[in-house]
Design a protein around this ligand. Structure first.
Ligand code: 13P
Length: 210
């Protein structure tokens, strides 16, 4: 492994610990991965973001074959689905953060785009927030559902479960996950008082900050 690859895994583990420290992850919820060429390094199943270490990640190839001693997250299938759907993705973050998960449990959710655009940064970072239908955690059926939505957007919700965000780098994937959690928090804070940006304002932001 090159020094540069090693530092990406250090960044991955540090991002997980930071997400935990700031309340975006809790217990053993969530999983995080980085792609290094033909290899994917992912948090081991039942591990906590609180103590994730770069030298204690599970390794798989792009078909999901384990390449090391540690058992990968049970969600490795949908991480791989994101990498296949978005060739430019270098990292994937999955969280059960409270507000995004609450959103994913709402009755009458817009499954094509779950959140109104309330602030510019949210609009600038993603085109829509599609929702994959419910399957139990670890179910391989999640993978095609995630792939179908990952081609539309770098982030999506899993119905009754949580969020997935990806990016070219670990920092960008984590920042997008945080942006979605905070936008969901604003949505619930504002409730009926929310005034979303207009379609014209959103289009102008997306054109300018593509
Ligand atoms: P793992 O511990 O297998 O990563 O599962 C945690 C989780 O968040 C399931 O969605």
């Amino acid at each position: 492994m090159t020094q540069q690859e090693r530092s990406i895994l250090e960044e991955l583990a540090a991002a997980a610990r930071s997400l935990f420290a700031r309340g975006y992850s809790f217990g053993t919820a969530g999983n995080i991965s980085a792609r290094l060429g033909q290899r994917v390094f992912i948090s081991p199943t039942n591990s906590s973001f609180a103590r994730l270490a770069a030298d204690a990640l599970a390794e798989v190839d792009l078909e999901g074959q384990a390449a090391g001693p540690l058992t990968p997250s049970k969600e490795v299938h949908f991480h791989l689905a994101v990498y296949r759907a978005r060739p430019q993705a270098g990292a994937v973050v999955h969280l059960h953060s409270t507000h995004a998960t609450a959103l994913a449990c709402l009755r009458d959710l817009n499954l094509d785009d779950a959140l109104p655009v309330l602030t510019p940064y949210y609009a600038m970072r993603l085109p829509c927030l599609p929702v994959a239908p419910y399957h139990p955690p670890g179910d391989p059926l999640l993978a095609p559902e995630v792939a179908a939505r990952a081609v539309l957007s770098p982030a999506l919700l899993l119905r009754h479960h949580g969020l997935i965000a990806c990016g070219p780098t670990v920092a960008e994937a984590a920042a997008l996950a945080e942006e979605i959690e905070e936008q969901a928090r604003l949505f619930f804070l504002l409730g009926e008082r929310a005034q979303p940006l207009t379609a014209g304002q959103v289009a102008a932001l997306r054109a300018k900050f593509k």
